[in-house]
Design a protein around this ligand. Structure first.
Ligand code: NOJ
Length: 526
């Protein structure tokens, strides 16, 4: 067997740069701040950083609207601070993964300014322009993922342009060869600068139906649900031709040394998700597996997801798991503080590459955002939804702004930040931060947790148990999703040595039967 690559054995840590560490007092995090905190990430025990976008942007969608794909927004720094960051991360053995946003540009990107300047502009076809529909309205019924129509009318040329997100984020036309060439040059630009890979934004949406057919109505949609879900995204996403593009991106990465990684942001059911490994595994290395985000927090449902996912993986396809990101409510808010610790043990003991979201290692919860401080354009367009609560500043110390900034933070810090901050939790032996750190250390020390097969054991009451089995080592994981203690009987749980409990308070010797406390997870080595 081939030795595993770094992106298979390692753990990815997502940084939302606006909220990690500010160093110039403008209330927004920057690259210099990330550099200052690299030693924290090494101490924590992660292997790679994924940075949400840091490129020049009008910030209509906080960097996911890019006006220059090969620069750094002055808010965050400059190219030399980026080079410094790469060098400083590599010197510490940390990899750096950038966010690549190929589906759309900013409406202020020079390409779009040219494209919209007239029907005969050479860049007209770089975006998705269409004549009005038969009644004079939009060309079809597609909806934006931030609510409302996916088409905006341009009076100058009398045509509509398509935007899967904000009107300020026009969609590129990936059927156009020049667009592909230009975007591949962007990939090369950053690969040449030493990045270790890309997380590719909405990769499954790059190609739209060539006839722009109407999406079917979703019969299950109910008022109060997201506007975009009124329709089934049949013709606007997950089109078969998208795989050709991903194969091209992958082939480009393969021309570089050092096992650069391609990770795809793909919200699809398992059977469609795994197609993104590509024919002969020539697609993305890791199609983000978001199954743990949507699932009810219940051991039967989670066991089923693990089983379905494991059995749907193509031969040689490497699994991965995610608990949260900058678009989702935080795990501690979804499942509560006690279960957030169980979730950490689940994430870091399942088979495959885990991705952590900054602050989850502190047990951070979503911060309630007063209406006047809402910044997320989605929340402003579609009230009741929004992502600001999960994007608040990282609390480093108990000082008023948590050591995040000397200025006014762009989003409020959590009310409990004086106690839930790195400085405090690092010195509390039973804190969530200590738990994450120990889990990450265990993965390094015990090959079964990285290389081992996944062997389901049982779901008993509210307990999910499984084994990770490698040559010479078996790690048994038992996770109690309920508040009541449960006695685990039988061979796998007897006579093991307790490596770790989520409570961080167990003696190494396990009793028989093993009594799992309420909301407790345990790893045994047998
Ligand atoms: C997915 C990103 O994760 C999200 O934050 C962004 O708003 C959209 N794509 C548009 O780029």
């Amino acid at each position: 067997m081939e030795p595993l690559k770094w992106w298979q054995t390692g753990v990815v840590y997502q940084i939302y740069p606006r909220s990690f560490q500010d160093t110039d007092g403008d209330g927004v995090g920057d690259l210099e701040g990330i550099i200052r905190r690299l030693d924290y990430l090494v101490w924590l025990g992660v292997d790679a950083l994924w940075l949400s976008p840091i490129y020049p942007s009008p910030m209509a969608d906080f960097g996911y609207d890019i006006s220059d794909f090969t620069g750094i927004d002055p808010l965050f720094g400059a190219l030399d601070s980026f080079d410094h960051l790469i060098a400083a991360a590599h010197a510490r053995g940390l990899r750096v993964i950038l966010d690549f946003v190929p589906n759309h540009t900013s409406d202020r990107h020079p390409w779009f300014l040219e494209s919209r300047s007239g029907r005969h502009n050479p860049k007209r076809d770089w975006y998705l322009w269409r004549d009005p529909g038969p009644g004079g309205g939009p060309p079809n019924n597609w909806r934006s993922r931030f609510g409302g129509n996916a088409w905006t009318y341009d009076r100058v040329s009398g045509q509509y342009y398509c935007h899967s997100f904000l009107p300020e984020q026009p969609d590129l036309n990936w059927r156009n060869r020049e667009v592909r060439g230009a975007m591949y040059r962007v990939l090369r630009f950053w690969l040449d600068r030493g990045v270790d890979g890309f997380r590719v934004d909405v990769i499954s949406s790059l190609i739209k139906d060539d006839h722009f057919r109407d999406n079917p109505i979703n019969p299950g949609w109910q008022p109060g649900q997201r506007d975009v879900h009124r329709l089934i995204q049949l013709y606007s996403a997950d089109r078969p031709e998208v795989h050709d593009i991903i194969t091209e991106m992958r082939a480009l990465l393969e021309t570089y040394p050092g096992d650069r990684v391609l990770i795809g942001e793909i919200y699809l059911p398992i059977e469609r998700l795994v197609a993104y490994y590509g024919a002969d595994l020539k697609g993305v290395h890791l199609p983000f597996n978001f199954q743990l985000i949507g699932v009810d927090w219940d051991p039967i449902g989670i066991a089923r997801i693990i089983r379905e996912y494991e059995s749907a993986l193509p031969e040689g396809g490497w699994p991965n798991w995610v608990l949260g990101n900058h678009d989702q409510p935080r795990i501690a808010t979804r499942v509560g503080p006690a279960q957030a610790r169980v979730a950490a043990m689940l994430l870091l003991t399942l088979r495959g590459t885990p991705t952590l979201y900054y602050g989850d290692e502190l047990g951070m919860e979503d911060v309630p955002i007063p209406p006047e401080r809402i910044r997320d354009p989605w929340a402003l367009r579609e009230p009741g939804f929004g992502r600001d609560g999960a994007r608040t500043p990282m609390p480093w110390d108990p000082s008023p702004n948590g050591g995040f900034t000397t200025g006014q933070p762009w989003l409020p810090l959590a009310a409990d930040h004086a106690v839930r901050c790195v400085k405090r939790l690092a010195s509390e032996p039973r804190s969530t931060l200590s738990l994450y750190r120990q889990l990450l250390a265990l993965r390094r020390a015990h090959p079964a947790l990285v290389h081992g097969r996944y062997v389901p054991l049982e779901v008993k009451g509210r307990v999910l148990a499984y084994m990770r089995q490698s040559e010479g080592e078996r790690a048994v994981v038992a996770l109690n999703f309920g508040p009541e203690p449960v006695a685990m009987e039988g061979a796998p749980f007897a006579n093991g040595r307790v490596l770790l409990s989520t409570e961080l308070n167990r003696e190494p010797k396990s009793a028989s039967p093993l009594i799992l406390g309420g909301n407790e997870g345990v790893i045994l080595i047998t």
